[in-house]
Design a protein around this ligand. Structure first.
Ligand code: PLP
Length: 377
């Protein structure tokens, strides 16, 4: 059994993907080909923002957004403590200080009450200037933007939505990657919308930032004269081949896969409810893109042993994430390591992610669920 079955997906989409790839190869337009522009247009329309700028990966997307805002030394950037490393790595990489904030134990997303407390504390200490909030739509569920947006406005902070796992999610019809002043996503193969290598995108409604981001992605080139580099940028583009792969994959995603993965998640919840497991909760009015189906095990369970037993039954499981951000070695001895995040610490000990993808059958969900329940018993 595959944790996320990309081979099955390719079998289903093979004709369209092969044709699309062959077109690029025969055109030899490998960088910034027409497929890139077409994809950017479609993604911007789907997300509901004016601009989509594709780039090399989801990590670059975050870094470039922060560069466009000039976030850097002396700035505090608030980041959830329970996330993939890049969410905090990128603010630190541009010279800012990530301040890690605890998450909600049911949604796994940044806790708005604790966010405001952290902002006030940093503001009053005066060591760093509160500058931006990075929200993460963890495991596919949009963060609590109804609460977070007003906090950002109250304290004059920029909102950067790390939608690497959230693409396709929504709140009352408004789509993920449109909640931040800038939103980003990743097309890493295992993400909700993945390509066949690395890829990423940046979304914004702001024309000025969009132009700046386009420039930053290509060595800080000027809009009118390609060989005049007016600022320091990076080289971060989505290959035409990856765009060509994403075009048919995006059609399948919006037409079928997003619904199918929601169905698979619903099957898990149906099968596992009433057990000792804490199951993922989707807030009313929210849609998840189900990057992961993550449960919490009872604290008494030896997780490593359980994973070993599941593996023997042919079932892969993963731990996202075993270590809080503030406990990552890269932050040791810095102010980022000073965080009070008991919920994250507990989640790191108890979470377990189960195989999930749009091509899962009800039988496979039952097999995984039953194996898990018998391991718990
Ligand atoms: C995957 C991921 C990223 C980074 O994306 P890449 O394309 O792998 O660079 C950033 N943030 C989160 C939350 C992610 O899950």
């Amino acid at each position: 059994m595959q944790f996320r079955d990309l081979q099955k997906q390719y079998e289903v989409l093979k004709t369209d993907i092969d044709r699309s790839v062959a077109e690029v190869v025969s055109s030899a337009h490998f960088i910034s080909g027409p497929q890139v522009t077409e994809l950017e247009g479609k993604l911007a329309e789907y997300v509901g923002v004016r601009h989509c700028i594709t780039c090399g990966n989801g990590t670059d997307a975050l870094t470039i957004a922060l560069m466009a805002w000039g976030v850097g030394e002396g700035d505090a950037v608030f980041v959830p403590d329970f996330t993939f490393f890049a969410s905090g790595e990128c603010p630190a990489g541009v010279g800012a200080t990530p301040i890690f904030v605890d998450v909600d134990e049911h949604t796994y997303n940044i806790d708005p009450v604790k966010l405001e407390e952290a902002i006030v504390k940093v503001r009053d200490e005066k060591k760093y200037r509160p500058r931006a909030v990075v929200t993460v739509d963890l495991f596919g569920l949009p963060a609590d933007y109804d609460a977070i947006r007003p906090i950002c406005e109250k304290y004059g902070l920029l909102l950067l939505e790390d939608g690497a796992q959230g693409f396709g999610g929504a709140i009352r019809g408004k789509r993920a990657c449109s909640f931040g002043d800038i939103g980003t996503t990743s097309f890493f193969p295992a993400k909700p919308l993945g390509c066949y290598g690395d890829g990423g995108a940046i979304f914004t409604d702001n024309d000025e930032w969009a132009a700046l981001i386009r420039s930053l992605c290509v060595h800080g080139k000027s809009g009118s004269d390609k060989y005049n580099n007016v600022r320091l940028g990076v080289n971060s583009r989505l290959d035409t081949l990856q765009a060509a792969i994403l075009l048919p994959k995006f059609e399948a995603f919006r037409e079928n896969e997003l619904d199918a993965v929601n169905q698979a998640a619903a099957w898990y919840t149906e099968r596992l409810k009433g057990t000792e497991l804490v199951l993922p909760e989707i807030t009313d009015g929210f849609v998840s893109s189900w990057a992961q189906y993550t449960v919490q095990l009872p604290e008494k369970i030896d997780r490593a042993k359980l994973q070993e037993q599941m593996k023997k039954a042919g079932i892969p499981t993963m731990v996202y994430y075993p270590r809080p951000m503030h406990g990552q070695g890269a932050f040791a001895g810095t102010d980022s390591a000073k965080a009070d995040c008991p919920v994250t610490e507990r989640l790191c000990e108890t979470v377990l992610s189960l195989p999930l993808h749009p091509y899962m059958t009800k039988e496979i969900v039952a097999k995984v669920s039953d194996a898990l329940m018998s391991c718990l018993a």
